[in-house]
Design a binder for this molecule. Structure first.
Ligand SMILES: C[S@@+](CC[C@H](N)C(=O)[O-])C[C@H]1O[C@@H](n2cnc3c(N)ncnc32)[C@H](O)[C@@H]1O
Length: 203
């Protein structure tokens, strides 16, 4: 299929998508917000006064939701891309896998945090296997960091793709956390291999 035909299909799909329309009406930067909303209503991730790290945060709908939902929160949003300012959050632009950036996060909090979110995903290459492997590696890196940064009863929520790294990630999560769930919110597109892993209470 030609490139401009693919992008026309994408635009038409976006126009028809109820979550895209809803996000525009409600002032969210992305339809991804409804995935986090569903995860929170099922797994009770947010409460007032907590500290949150949002990895792969651009354009910013998860951070928008967290900052509205949680009173007196401390939220740090990180992405390779610039994130437009969101009230009550701090933004860092850079590669999360870079040690220097991870040190910046440690310095920003200087203590353990309550929630680590990761919606990080690489730009799709068209090769679904490759995309799921690279996104799986980002999930593992985020989980390692969460293990170090979270309080004992903290929560880790991450995008995970059905693919070759899936079992490895779930096994690792079960070793690190007492509760591990895999959940595909209704807002996650049916034809996408994406799901979310929700982990609670460190071992
Ligand atoms: C699906 S989008 C996130 C959407 C976001 N949760 C929201 O609600 O607006 C995935 C993001 O992951 C980011 N990303 C991918 N690899 C990254 C990395 N190594 N470090 C930081 N961000 C990364 C991409 O730049 C992209 O913006």
């Amino acid at each position: 299929m030609k490139k401009n035909k693919i992008s026309k299909n994408w635009i038409n799909k976006q126009r028809r998508d109820i979550y895209v329309r809803k996000s525009k009406i409600e002032g969210y930067r992305s339809r991804a917000v409804y995935k986090l909303q569903e995860i929170d209503s099922k797994f009770k991730i947010f409460k007032n006064g907590i500290s949150i790290i949002d990895l792969g945060a651009a354009p910013g709908s998860w951070s928008q939701f967290a900052s509205q939902k949680v009173k007196n929160s401390k939220i740090l949003s990180i992405d390779l891309k610039e994130i437009e300012k969101i009230q009550n959050t701090h933004q860092i632009k850079g590669d999360f896998t870079d040690n220097k950036l991870q040190n910046q996060i440690r310095e920003y909090f200087s203590e353990k945090v309550d929630v680590v979110l990761s919606d990080m995903a690489v730009n799709t290459t068209g090769n679904k296997n490759l995309d799921s492997i690279v996104t799986g590696e980002l999930c593992i890196e985020a989980m390692n960091f969460a293990k170090e940064m979270l309080k004992y009863n903290g929560n880790f929520v991450s995008k995970i793709f059905m693919g070759t790294t899936f079992n490895e990630i779930v096994l690792k999560a079960k070793k690190c956390f007492k509760q591990t769930n895999i959940y595909k919110p209704a807002a996650s597109r049916k034809n996408s291999k994406e799901s979310f892993i929700i982990c609670k209470i460190l071992r």
